[in-house]
Design a protein around this ligand. Structure first.
Ligand code: ADP
Length: 303
């Protein structure tokens, strides 16, 4: 039987006159990876902070594995691991020393802590760096260390705020693999991300937020199937497109900057159009989660 790890009902949060989160409800199943997606300012970080009691909600209910963040802050800290956006490591200390300090917050015996640290450095493929100082680590190594640190207390819930932002593809794939392994071990994962590919690869379920509100929820593939046409013809050189007529009953047009996106369920209609364009002026592909995201949250900047 699938059990909920997190239940959020009608939650809201205001900062002065700013409604950062409005009437938000969702549930996260145990051992699932749940994603929060949305443009900047959508309310993702505020939602995460309300989960681990760093921000106090103004209304609604939150249940995290039986605890309420507004009453049980310590209990929630005890059962969860947090990976913040910034790698807030102690740069003067070594890798192992950073982890030992954390183990002390959880009252772990030194012997038990060293065993766990050894395991976690192996798990995050950082063992060779055990005695390096933080200054000697690359961005990808620091991120892996922050994840290892969040796992020191064997958390039931792992909260990751943009875990792979700014990292190269190799590290990103390694982190995705580790997240999949943690899920298999029964850890529930909540993450925010700007990378649609990341959400598609690792999230079982996700919500898209915009301006503090939930605009969509579902499994990544289902969201694509039910919210966007199957194919898109991206016109890179708009000049080459000016004189071409499109059949609006079967093709939907979106424009952004100097690109035009033509969406349709009928591949043949897009292929016929592409034949009127020069090679290199277009790109024909299947629609993806990014197309859904841009349709739901708009192509304009949220600034
Ligand atoms: P996201 O993580 O999706 O970028 P945030 O949750 O950080 O969005 O922000 C949502 C809204 O709340 C934004 O308008 C932001 O300016 C505002 N906000 C966030 N944190 C604070 C704060 N500590 N004080 C005032 N306003 C805030």
């Amino acid at each position: 039987m699938e059990v909920n790890a997190i239940e959020i009902q009608n939650v809201c949060k205001t900062y002065g006159k700013v409604e950062a989160v409005t009437d938000l409800s969702f549930t996260v199943k145990k051992s699932h990876c749940f994603g929060l997606l949305g443009p900047n300012g959508a309310g993702k970080s505020t939602t995460m902070k309300m989960l681990y009691a760093k921000a106090k909600r103004n209304c609604g209910n939150i249940n995290i594995l039986g605890f309420d963040p507004s009453k049980n802050e310590l209990e929630i800290k005890y059962i969860s691991g947090i990976v913040p956006q910034d790698d807030n490591l102690d740069t003067e200390l070594t890798v192992v020393q950073n982890l030992i300090i954390y183990s002390k917050f959880y009252g772990m015996e030194k012997k038990e802590a060293l065993k766990k640290i050894d395991y976690l450095l192996d798990f995050m493929e950082l063992k060779e760096k055990s005695n390096s100082t933080i200054r000697q680590l690359s961005g990808g190594m620091k991120r892996r260390l922050v994840i290892a640190r969040a796992l020191i207390n064997s958390p039931q819930l792992l909260i990751l705020d943009e875990p792979t932002t700014g990292l190269d593809p190799q590290v990103r794939h390694l982190i995705w693999d580790k997240i999949r392994m943690l899920k298999k071990e029964g850890v529930t994962i909540v993450l925010t991300t700007h990378y649609m590919e990341e959400a598609f690869q690792i999230c079982d379920d996700l919500i898209m937020m915009n301006k503090g509100k939930k605009v969509l929820q579902g499994r990544p593939q289902e969201l694509i199937t039910s919210n966007i046409e199957k194919f898109v013809l991206e016109i890179i050189n708009v000049d080459s497109f000016q004189s071409i007529n499109i059949e609006e009953s079967i093709i939907r047009k979106e424009a952004s900057g100097n690109r035009v996106y033509l969406y349709s369920n009928q591949l043949i209609a897009l292929e016929d159009l592409s034949k009127k364009l020069n090679t290199g002026d277009f790109y024909l592909r299947q629609s993806n989660l990014e197309d859904v995201f841009l349709k739901m949250t708009g192509r304009g900047l949220n600034e």
